[in-house]
Design a protein around this ligand. Structure first.
Ligand code: ADE
Length: 226
């Protein structure tokens, strides 16, 4: 899968893709992530990419032309499944959206900065708008990293144990059950006996029951669909 991320501050994007699981996914050729600096598409010698808001108001708006040039160039090179704009007024990102994007081939993620982008770019190119939650970040870059991470880890071969993505919280609308590792007793607290029993049928039943209890306590809203 290929993800193209368009940003006015691409430096903000790089490190998550240079470490750990995402880095390995790129090295194995399972994912390609390309960064594009909007400033490279600026049309005047000041490399201007933003201007004041028509009608008055605080803040700067990312201009049409550099964004249009950048997106149009990418679209001329290949077909994209979606051109996604990261914005706090978008649809809230979740595991179902990540799952569906993990089956796609080419995605563009456009990061807004300053006050946002000119509406005409949304009308011209954007096919989906995504928010990572009801709060406002300084730009879409961190949101783009979150979205790309959630998608790439689902690609076959990225995680060592294929099962581990399937048993994540949210994959079946339930949060994860508690997990333990050695030692068996820590500060007087014992690992639940069932997990040491070797009876995998019973262990699965216990985990499922715990997942329901924990979801009921922490996120009862998820059980509405369960
Ligand atoms: N840009 C600024 N805030 C954002 C958010 N919450 N989600 C996605 N993009 C954003």
């Amino acid at each position: 899968m290929r993800i193209d991320i368009i940003s006015a501050v691409p430096d903000l994007l790089e490190s998550p893709f240079k470490t750990s699981i995402l880095k390995r996914a790129m090295e194995k050729g399972l994912a390609e992530v390309h960064f594009h600096n909007v400033r490279d598409f600026a049309f005047n010698k000041h490399r201007q990419i933003d201007d004041t808001v028509y009608g008055g108001g605080a803040g700067m708006v990312m201009m049409c032309e550099p964004l249009d040039l950048c997106i149009s160039q990418l679209k001329a090179e290949r077909e994209y499944d979606d051109v996604i704009y990261l914005t706090p007024d978008g649809e809230t990102f979740n595991q179902k959206i990540a799952n569906s994007y993990s089956l796609k081939k080419n995605l563009i993620l456009l990061c807004g900065h300053y006050k946002g982008i000119d509406q005409r770019i949304r009308d011209l190119h954007i096919t989906r708008e995504i928010s990572i939650g009801d709060f406002v970040l300084t730009g879409g870059e961190l949101a783009a990293c979150v979205v790309a991470d959630a998608i790439i880890r689902l690609l076959p071969g990225v995680l060592n144990d294929e099962q581990s993505a399937l048993t994540d919280s949210f994959q079946d609308d339930l949060l994860s059950p508690p997990i333990y590792t050695k030692p068996e007793v820590y500060k007087g607290m014992r690992v639940p006996e069932i997990l040491l029993s070797g009876n995998f049928g019973k262990i699965e039943e216990w985990r499922h029951q715990k997942a329901i209890e924990i979801t009921q306590q922490k996120r009862p809203d998820l059980l509405k669909d369960f």
